[in-house]
Design a protein around this ligand. Structure first.
Ligand SMILES: Cc1ncc(COP(=O)(O)O)c(C=O)c1O
Length: 395
């Protein structure tokens, strides 16, 4: 059955077609840079008293592992993961033991419980794509067994289980801001154990790490709003940058797959605060949910997602389309101007192909379709049209 799944070739990235229709991430508007009072009290975790702001989530994971003294201790870890979160734990000296994740991205708490032993210091749970894992069950079990629970909410900012925010169940949680919001960088570590500890402030990132991604995001927004003119300007700026050999000296890119120890003390760029204060969080959740429903309505029978229901409170990060023709679907979508992403396509050295077949299946089949707050209903319709065409094209 696995042989039917088309492999993705290393390093193969299909270009975006003539015009960008939908970006993978929400974009930045200049108005968001104007300092202001927040619209309302920012939601969890942004206003949590224990919130510690970092450059990216991996730094929070590393800091947590050091703070809790996880070096040499066992952490139960899901078999399906990005890679950099695991590397952050490993770099801090933790030992990991994997538990399975099924083809629907579901974790069976019994699989975790049966692996808890004398050596186990913590359980690591990832809330995939904003959809809650079995966090209530695991929080209860961890409490009972004297084991700490870490919630990885890198993909689940603003998401709730019913009324309660994800990241508020465990002893600690990490969040990534720049996947959901148009900040150039940013992550949050929330600590319940020990409750009242202040971690040292992170180092200030250099200007290139702030200005470069912000400019790129604003140019992308311009292209999305103005079409050909914006695309020409964006190209012009890029060409100019290349011509004068402008190098973003010391720019620390986000979204990279590898952990870099030399960056662990890096904090969030101060500009991110203005951007955070400018956000209408209730609207972001509402728009993401509306877009997900819209895509679900249009695509359920043609390109079903992993999560066929959208429970109340969930803030979806993207529409996780599942296809056995991943590489070709990605290519067809990108040719139509949709910035679709190969989600977690490559395995980590610690979990080679064949170790957990269900996780392999997910790695081979999930395509990330944007459903973020910038996308209005006509654009969501264009995305759905592109997906339908792409699915027809690949058969
Ligand atoms: C589940 C998960 N945890 C942690 C991270 C690390 O996030 P960051 O890039 O902010 O360090 C990622 C990155 O994609 C992730 O997918």
């Amino acid at each position: 059955m696995e042989a039917l799944v088309e492999p993705i070739q290393e390093g193969r990235e299909s270009p975006i077609g003539r015009r960008l229709v939908a970006s993978a991430l929400p974009t930045l508007s200049p108005a968001m840079l104007v300092p202001r009072r927040p619209r309302a009290r920012p939601p969890f975790p942004l206003s949590d008293p224990s919130a510690h702001f970092v450059y990216f989530a991996r730094n929070g994971i590393y800091a947590l592992a050091r703070l809790w003294g996880l070096a040499g201790k066992e952490v139960l870890f899901p078999s399906y993961f990005h890679g950099v979160e695991l590397d952050a734990l490993l770099e801090a000296g933790a030992r990991v033991r994997f538990y399975p994740v099924d083809r629907r991205m579901q974790v069976d708490p019994r699989e975790v419980v049966q692996r808890i032993g004398k050596e186990t210091a913590a359980v690591y749970l990832i809330h995939y794509v904003g959809f809650p894992g079995p966090v209530e069950e695991l929080a209860a079990i961890c409490e009972e067994r004297g084991v700490r629970l870490i919630e990885d909410c890198a993909l689940a900012l603003l998401s709730c289980l019913g009324e309660r925010p994800l990241g508020s169940f465990g002893h600690a949680a990490v969040f990534c801001l720049y996947k959901t919001l148009p900040t150039p960088n940013g992550g949050v570590l929330v600590l319940r154990h020990p409750p009242a500890i202040r971690l040292p402030e992170g180092e200030r990132p250099n200007l290139a790490s702030t200005v470069g991604p912000m400019l790129a995001s604003m140019l992308q927004r311009l292209e999305l709003r103005t079409g050909h003119l914006g695309r020409a300007i964006r190209r012009g700026v890029r060409a100019l940058g290349a011509a004068v050999r402008w190098r973003a000296a010391g720019h620390v890119p986000t979204g990279t797959p590898s952990f870099d120890r030399s960056q662990v003390r890096l904090g969030m760029s101060p500009t991110c605060r203005s951007i955070l204060d400018a956000q209408d969080y209730a609207r972001i959740v509402e728009r993401r949910r509306r877009s997900y429903f819209h895509l679900l309505g249009r695509l359920r029978s043609v390109a079903p997602p992993v999560f066929g229901e959208l429970p109340p409170g969930v803030c979806p990060l993207f529409y996780p389309l599942q296809t056995r023709q991943k590489a070709r679907v990605l290519e067809a979508l990108r040719a139509r101007g949709i910035e679709a992403i190969d989600f977690w396509g490559r395995p980590h050295r610690q979990v080679p192909w064949g170790t957990f077949p269900d996780s392999d299946h997910l790695r081979r089949t999930i395509v990330e379709i944007p459903c973020h707050q910038d996308l209005d209903p006509p654009t969501i319709d264009r995305i759905a049209d592109a997906v339908v065409e792409a699915m027809e094209e690949v058969g």
